[in-house]
Design a protein around this ligand. Structure first.
Ligand SMILES: *Cc1c(COP(=O)(O)O)cnc(C)c1O
Length: 401
């Protein structure tokens, strides 16, 4: 499943053998993100998508500044979810015209930062209109806004649903005409719509359906807009395979459907720039988490490898970040990729809780203290999505390879 090459029995990260990279980093545990894999992923995706469609990186998936810098040079824009992320995006030289800000609880200070930066703000409540109108008056800077719509449909088969039904995200489609009238009266610079239905979807037909329905909904809502639609963000939700039996997403039907949408938009919303925003899909497979084996214990016939990292650095791999049923991420002993001896083991962390489980009864190369356990598919929702302070162990670091 992994895209990382193996040379002389060692995993290679950015042209360095893993053990050499670990020496360069100077500590374990660490996350490593491979620049070449990031670049390749964006190129492959672009090849499958219509050329005029804009590609944004939703940086909450991985906000490491050096990675955001690398991504800013590859994609057309960055989507941020806080004032803190906005700072990282701007420091990474993202063009403010192509930065947008979404999130259900934007505070006044963050809105002020966003207006001053000249980025697009995805409005998610009536309060945000009032706040932005006041900020625009104070700063003599008219806020650029789009409306984040909570659609009247759900993204089927999604790992995490973020639209449809009652949600804290966006404004219900039925309330949008009233919200648009309010934006018209407020003097804010209206630019378009943002729809985001959900995350981690591996079914192309579900993504196609959500994108088509999003486009239809945007066409309908455009009739109530105070000015022509210049920006339409159709969301994303593209998943990556984590578990046995999961397949890479087939981009062909998604690309074909988006080409139809782009073509229709050129006639029905002629001023609109169409965007999709992806986090996990762009960065998830380019990252690994590496921890060192500290101890090897046998308990009633079952072997445990105890490593120096765990759920406090990688909550998702432990199965505690939104998963209903715990499954093993792909794991390997990164310095023993061509082993002669295998064994079934559990990989656990140093925390005093049975939840600190990184691999449950997996067949791995026989490992000893000092060996390097690698968790693949760790480039998204890893480092910053984990409770690092829990139990007070040393911090994890992140590097680019
Ligand atoms: C989290 C989020 C994304 C990124 O989702 P992925 O599943 O990582 O692609 C995109 N847009 C919005 C609005 C989000 O909240």
């Amino acid at each position: 499943m992994s895209q990382f090459p193996v040379t002389d029995g060692e995993l290679m990260v950015g042209a360095l053998p893993l053990s050499r990279l670990a020496a360069r980093v100077g500590q374990t545990p660490f996350y490593a993100y491979d620049r070449q894999l990031l670049t390749r992923r964006v190129a492959e995706l672009r090849a499958a998508l219509p050329p005029t469609l804009k590609l944004h990186y939703a940086m909450k998936a991985n906000p490491m500044p050096a990675l955001v810098c690398h991504m800013a040079g590859l994609v057309d824009g960055i989507d941020v979810a806080s004032g803190g992320e906005l700072k990282v995006a701007l420091d990474a030289a993202a063009d403010p015209r192509e930065v947008s800000f979404a999130g259900p609880g934007k505070q006044r200070a963050e809105l002020r930062q966003a207006v001053a930066a000249g980025i697009l703000i995805n409005i998610e409540s009536f309060r945000e209109i009032t706040e932005l109108a006041a900020i625009s008056r104070e700063t003599a800077c008219p806020a650029r806004v789009a409306v984040r719509v909570n659609p009247d449909f759900e993204l089927k088969s999604s790992g995490m649903k973020m639209g449809g039904g009652a949600k804290q995200f966006g404004v219900d489609a039925e309330q949008v005409p009233e919200l648009l009238a309010e934006i018209g009266r407020s003097g804010l610079a209206f630019e378009g719509f943002h729809l985001f239905a959900g995350s981690q979807n591996l079914k192309p037909e579900a993504i196609v359906e959500a994108q088509s329905k999003s486009f239809e909904l945007a066409l309908r809502l455009a009739q109530s807009a105070p000015s022509p639609i210049r920006f339409l963000n159709l969301g994303g939700g593209f998943g990556i395979p984590y578990f046995p039996g999961e397949q890479h997403l087939d981009l062909a039907p998604i690309g074909a459907n988006l080409a139809t949408i782009v073509d229709r938009a050129s006639r029905e919303l002629p001023e609109a720039e169409l965007v999709i925003e992806l986090g996990r899909y762009l960065v998830g497979e380019a990252g690994i988490y590496v921890a060192r084996v500290v101890d090897r214990k046998v308990s009633r016939g079952h072997t445990f490898l105890v490593v120096d990292g765990g759920l406090h650095h990688h909550l998702s791999a432990s199965g505690n970040f939104g998963q209903v049923i715990r499954k093993n991420y792909p794991v390997a002993i990164g310095n023993k990729m061509a082993p002669t001896e295998h064994e079934t083991v559990s990989v656990v962390g140093p925390l005093c809780t049975p939840l600190d489980l990184l691999a449950d009864r997996m067949e791995l190369a026989r490992a000893e203290p000092g060996d390097l356990v690698v968790i693949f598919q760790s480039g998204a929702y890893g480092f910053t999505a984990s409770p690092q302070a829990f139990l007070g162990h040393p911090a994890c670091v992140e590097v680019m390879g």
